[in-house]
Write a protein that binds this ligand. Structure first.
Ligand SMILES: CN(C)c1ccccc1CNc1ccc(C(N)=O)cn1
Length: 245
């Protein structure tokens, strides 16, 4: 899967993609990362990519010519790719959208903005506006890197044999259950007994119950329709929580 970033700061992308899991995925040929800099398409001597907004107002706006020239070049390289512009006002990224991108297998062209944003006409060359959440950042590079990270996790081989993106919390629809590793006792804090005696049925029950408890306490909005099993576990949780008070 190829991720092509349209960015004025390619070094930020290359640097971020040069570590850990993404780097291993690139080295293994599972993921390809490349950048196109709109500044290379600026025709004037000063290689201008931004200008003052019509109608006045503070800040600068990204000029359409260099951005669209860069998007055209990207589409030439990846004709079947989906063009996504990272914008605060776009559709908000959720795990189901991540899975949609991963399942489609489509290469992604990620358009990163700066200054006060894009000239509106640029969106005629964009398939979709996407936001990573309701907050404003100085540029679209970090949001674009987050999209790449979240999608890359679903590419077979990227997470390695042991881990799998499919079972992780947002794929189960619940929050994470607590994780523990060695040592068994740390600063007087012990690993729960149930996890140490290896009875898989009890371990899975404990984990499901902990995930339900975490979700019930911190994200009750995620507790949509629950199966019979989960309703029983949730009742136990409520009793235990009531008992604690
Ligand atoms: C400079 N701004 C405000 C801007 C305005 C319009 C487009 C891009 C940008 C770049 N900034 C971004 C981008 C994305 C997100 C997000 N939530 O995904 C937050 N900020």
């Amino acid at each position: 899967m190829r991720f092509l970033f349209i960015t004025l700061f390619p070094e930020q992308i290359e640097q971020a993609a040069g570590h850990s899991i993404i780097k291993r995925a690139v080295d293994a040929g599972l993921v390809e990362v490349s950048c196109i800099n709109p500044r290379d398409f600026a025709t004037d001597r000063h290689r201008t990519v931004d200008d003052t907004p019509f109608g006045g107002g503070a800040g600068m706006v990204l000029k359409p010519e260099p951005m669209v020239a860069a998007i055209r070049m990207a589409k030439q390289q990846l004709p079947a790719a989906r063009v996504i512009a990272m914008c605060p006002g776009g559709r908000t990224l959720k795990q189901d959208i991540v899975e949609e991108y991963a399942r489609s297998g489509q290469d992604l062209i990620l358009v990163c903005g700066h200054y006060e944003g894009f000239d509106e006409r640029i969106f005629n060359w964009v398939d979709e506006k996407l936001s990573i959440g309701d907050y404003v950042l100085t540029g679209g590079e970090l949001p674009a890197l987050i999209v790449m990270d979240a999608v890359a996790r679903f590419i077979p081989g990227v997470l390695g044999k042991m881990a799998s993106a499919v079972e992780d919390s947002f794929s189960t629809g619940l929050l994470e259950y607590p994780q523990y590793t060695r040592p068994v006792e740390f600063e007087g804090l012990e690993v729960p007994e149930v996890l140490r005696n290896g009875n898989h049925a009890l371990i899975n029950r404990w984990r499901r119950k902990e995930a339900l408890k975490a979700t019930y306490l911190h994200r009750p909005d995620l507790l949509a329709e629950l199966g019979k099993e989960d309703v029983l576990l949730l009742n136990e949780i409520k009793q235990e929580l009531a008992g604690d008070n």
